[in-house]
Design a protein around this ligand. Structure first.
Ligand SMILES: [Zn+2]
Length: 205
């Protein structure tokens, strides 16, 4: 079976974020080390056409964390998530625009549930790994099976920051408030999948 390829837009955002941190030359060094040399000359299109294979993308994320260290990689990867949300908002009117219309008369929680479900479905299509949603009184939980953000890394910490950045921006967009979003279990720590908690109630932003 041919390996799943991730959307160009996502890889593009990751490359851009690396460039913001270490400049164009730094990005080129990074791409060479990540075995992604071909993308130095061939700029990725700003759309969801399939680009690099998942295993190469995983290796790239892994390299970011190795090169920068967890402390510096965190803001970089949170920003990737935020930019990915902004990209999705811009390019997927049916996902967010229509959702906004349909959910006008729903409460915040119902609105979040409605949008989150659609976003997770879209993520499954784009990344070809299961994104499962559950909830309790205080949180929505997302489980990403075969998570591709932690590569094959091992860590004492939760290190999958791109989805945290994405959902943090998404929640602020939905409710106008800051919601706590955190990863609670990570495959890098030895858990079978990565799990995230998204607080239903937000505070002032
Ligand atoms: Zn992960």
């Amino acid at each position: 079976m041919e390996e799943h390829r991730i959307p160009s837009s996502l890889a593009r955002i990751v490359f851009k974020s690396v460039e913001e941190h270490i400049g164009e030359n730094g990005l080129h060094v990074f791409l060479k080390r990540a075995d992604l040399e071909e993308y130095i000359e061939n700029e990725l299109p700003d759309d969801d056409s399939p680009s690099l294979e998942m295993s190469k993308f995983k290796k790239g994320i892994e390299l970011i964390i190795e090169l920068f260290g967890e402390k510096a990689a965190k803001p970089l990867l949170l920003r990737c998530g935020k930019l990915t949300f902004e990209y999705a908002l811009r390019t997927k009117p049916t996902l967010f625009g229509l959702a906004g219309l349909v959910t006008t008369f729903m409460g915040e929680e119902g609105k979040t549930r409605f949008i989150l479900k659609r976003v997770l479905k879209e993520s499954e299509n784009l990344y070809s790994v299961p994104h499962l949603m559950t909830e309790d009184e205080n949180n929505f939980y997302v489980e990403i099976q075969d998570c591709f953000y932690c590569g094959n890394l091992h860590s004492d910490n939760c290190i999958c920051w791109p989805p945290v950045g994405f959902w943090t921006s998404m929640m602020t967009w939905i409710t106008g408030k800051e919601h706590e979003v955190k990863e609670v279990e990570c495959m890098a720590q030895g858990h079978p999948s990565c799990r995230f908690a998204i607080a239903k109630n937000g505070g002032q932003s």
